[in-house]
Structures are given as C-alpha cells and as structure tokens.
Design a protein around this ligand. Structure first.
Ligand code: NDP
Ligand code: GDR
Length: 356
C-alpha cells in the first residue's frame, strides 16, 4: 500500500482506463468503480487487472453506481482516497436527448453525491476532487477560442447536467474548503474511444470498408467542428490539475479545430483513399476519387435537436500553471485510430479463421 490512494469513478471508460494506468505507474494504489453489467465491461482495464489476493496488489475494483449515494459513501469510507477523479457519466450527447432524466441523475446529482460523501465522512481536508467537466458547456458559440472565462451556453441535457456538476464542484470548494477542481476538457479520443462517438465510428468504418466488412459510412452533421486531442495526453492533465498548489478550473485543449468532414477525409487517406465530396445537406455524399464508390452518406437520424457547431479551446492557463500541453497531433491521432481498428479486424478475423 502507498499513501497515495486514488478513487476513479468510470474506470471502465476510455479516460478511466488511461488514468488508472498512469496512476499505477506513478505508484498510487488505485480503486476503480465499475457498474454491474450483464456483459463484460472491463475490456479496457483487463490488462491491469490483478487478483486482489496477490501480495502487493495496488488495483482494486468495486461495484458502484453514481445514482446510489449509500454505496458511494461506503466505498469512500472503506478506501479513504487522497484523490477522487469523477469520470463516470452518461457521456453521449445524442443519447442524453433520449435519456435526459437519467443523464441528469448520473452526471449532475452523481457529482453532488460524491461531494456530499466527502462532507459526511469529514474528509474535506484529506481528499482532492477532480470533476470531468467538458467543452460542451460552451455550447452555442459565444467566442472563439474558448477559455476558462468564456460564458457557458449548454445545448443538450448532457451539457446542462454537466453545468450543474461544474458549479456544484466550485460551490463545495468555496463553501466547505474542499480541494475541488474542474478540468474543462475538449474532445479527446484514441483507439479505445467508445464506438458510437464520431471519431471511432469513422475509424471503425474505414477499417471495415478497407477489409470488405462494410460498404458505407452513415453520418450526421459533417460541418460540426471539434478540437480533438488524444486521451493519453489529457489524463496527464487531469493528474496535474490535482497536483496544483490550489484548486482551480482549467481548459485542456489543443487549440486547433477540424470539421467532421476533415476527420473522415484524413481517416480514408490513412488507407490510401481520397474522398471527393458531392451534393449538399442531407444529399451530400463522399465518393472514392479513384473507383467512384459511394463511401459516405448522410443519415438525418444522426442530427441533434440542438448542435454545438464550433469548439476550439485555448489551453494557455494549463500551459502556464500546470506545464501541460498536448503532444499528439491531429493527423497522428487519426492515423493511430485507423491502424488500431485495422489491427483489431485482423485479430478478429484470425479468431474466426482459426475456429473453423
Ligand atoms: P466513457 O463513456 O468512455 O466512460 C464513462 C464511464 O462512466 C464508464 O466507465 C461507464 O461505465 C461509467 N458510468 C456511466 N454511467 C454510470 C453510472 N450511473 N454510475 C457509475 N458509472 C457510470 O467516457 P470518457 O472516458 O470518454 O469520458 C470520461 C468523463 O469525461 C465523462 O464524464 C465525460 O462526460 C467527460 N468528458 C469526456 C470527454 C471526451 O472527449 N472523452 C471530454 C470532456 C469531458 P460502463 O463502462 O459500465 O458504461
Ligand atoms: P461530442 O462527440 O458530442 O462532441 O461529445 P461526438 O463524437 O458524439 O460528436 C462530435 C460531432 O460529430 C457530429 N456527428 C456525429 N456524432 C456521432 N456520435 N455520430 C454520428 O454519426 C455523427 N455525425 C456527425 C455530432 O453532431 C457532433 O457535432 C464528446 C463526448 O465525449 C462528451 O462526453 C464530451 O463532453 C465532449 O465530447 C467534449
């Protein structure tokens, strides 16, 4: 056991898995909260799993849910963390329009439950709290680039829930002196990104099309622009936020913005295909410039009732105060994701081939 003990909610998610690995490397004992699921949901952390009976084990999993206050209190009481990273959330913007009440319960009230647990257990002076805030708070464009001082204008039930979580984190810092900080993170991706977020949907489709498993990629708004970085770089930023001398709120971003259309074009270029765009709006298509095959079509089901058109962050404060900067370029990120999806398909095909 070490004296640095982290509790990560959402450890089975993209960021939770990267963060757990980083903190284990730094010598922390890491407790992760995972949800009961009828199918396996630990794929991203299977490589760091250790039998808790092993002497020297430093990674432990606990069943929990952000909608269950008593279980959060019990686990915090038992594990006595020195740092809590609240990464658990219903994190899909489109899905939040379908499940707005649940999203509010998990993402907004879930954050409150953790902060209240700290108070109930009188751990205000012993624990540092990180809240996974988001560039979705900026929503409808007020200014570009967005900084810690840009006004918020949430555009989805997800963003509205995260707005509550952002402010309750600041309120508990001011009211009770808890070291509680927000990381306002712009989109960050990687090979283990959830399959229904647009970047991973695209790289999976490019690999599938290249290997002949899929013919067309259906997308929604190709004009949306995002500031996309690599999750590996961003979890380092989360850790730095909690090591800072004072609790504070920080934007983590690359400072670049690209459209969904650009992401698609670059992903196909990684497998040697050049996309030519034709048409407008829902009739827009993307063709293979050489063969003429239609590879990309629009499906209006993927449009959101209210969209966030343009995100581009200015990470100057994080650079100056935390020494944080992103390392992975946009083109390297896209290439890494495409290559990983190609390799995954090869592995899966090998499994199929070797089972017949
Ligand atoms: P993921 O969707 O990959 O992971 C979310 C995690 O939360 C999963 O472990 C999931 O469990 C868990 N979870 C969901 N609902 C609950 C619940 N009710 N109780 C307990 N656990 C729950 O998200 P990311 O890793 O991409 O993001 C991490 C956090 O950062 C999220 O809060 C997200 O909103 C926020 N964020 C993400 C950004 C990004 O670009 N990735 C940018 C800015 C903020 P399970 O595996 O069982 O589904
Ligand atoms: P986002 O990510 O909403 O920014 O939230 P997502 O990848 O879902 O969408 C990005 C943009 O792409 C457009 N888009 C599509 N999106 C999806 N998912 N599927 C499609 O087919 C499609 N076609 C176009 C979207 O309209 C949008 O403009 C992510 C999540 O990780 C949040 O949890 C996090 O807070 C923010 O990033 C920062």
């Amino acid at each position: 056991m070490t004296d640095r003990i982290a509790l990560i909610t959402g450890v089975t998610g993209q960021d939770g898995a990267y963060l757990a690995k980083l903190l284990l490397q730094k010598g922390y004992t890491v407790h992760g909260l995972k949800r009961r699921s009828s199918s396996f949901n630990t794929e991203r952390i299977d490589d760091i799993y250790v039998d808790p009976h092993e002497p020297g084990a430093r990674f432990f999993l606990h069943y929990a849910d952000l909608t269950d206050a008593t279980n959060l209190i019990r686990i915090i009481q038992e594990t006595r963390p020195t740092e809590i990273y609240n990464l658990a959330a219903q994190s899909h913007v489109q899905v939040s329009f379908e499940t707005p009440e649940y999203t509010g319960n998990a993402d907004a009230l879930g954050t409150l439950r953790l902060l209240e647990a700290i108070r109930i257990l009188k751990m205000e002076e012993q624990v540092r709290f990180y809240q996974a805030s988001t560039s979705e708070l900026f929503g409808k464009v007020q200014e570009v680039p967005q900084t810690e001082r840009t006004p918020f204008y949430p555009r989805s039930p997800y963003a509205a829930a995260k707005l509550y979580a952002y402010w309750i984190t600041i309120n508990y810092r001011e009211a009770y002196g808890i070291f509680a900080s927000n990381g306002i993170l712009f989109n960050h991706e990687g090979p283990t990104r959830g399959e229904t977020f647009v970047t991973r949907k695209i790289t999976r489709a490019v690999a599938g099309i290249e290997r002949g498993f899929q013919s067309t990629l259906y997308l929604g708004n190709l004009d949306a622009k995002r500031d996309w970085g690599h999750a590996r770089d961003y979890v380092d930023g989360m850790w730095r936020i909690l090591q800072h001398a004072e609790p504070d709120d920080f934007v983590l971003a690359t400072g670049e913005t690209h459209s969904v259309r650009e992401f698609v074009a670059l992903a196909f270029r990684a497998v040697g295909r050049v996309i030519e765009w034709e048409g407008k709006g829902v009739d827009e298509i993307g063709r293979d410039g050489k063969t003429g095959e239609i590879l990309v079509r629009i499906d209006p089901r993927h449009f959101r009732p209210t969209e966030v058109d343009l995100l581009m962050g200015n990470p100057a404060k994080a650079r100056a105060k935390l020494g944080w900067t992103h390392r992975t370029t946009f083109s390297d990120l896209v290439a890494e994701m495409v290559i990983a999806d190609l390799k995954r398909l090869e592995r899966e095909r090998w499994h199929i081939d070797s089972s017949v």
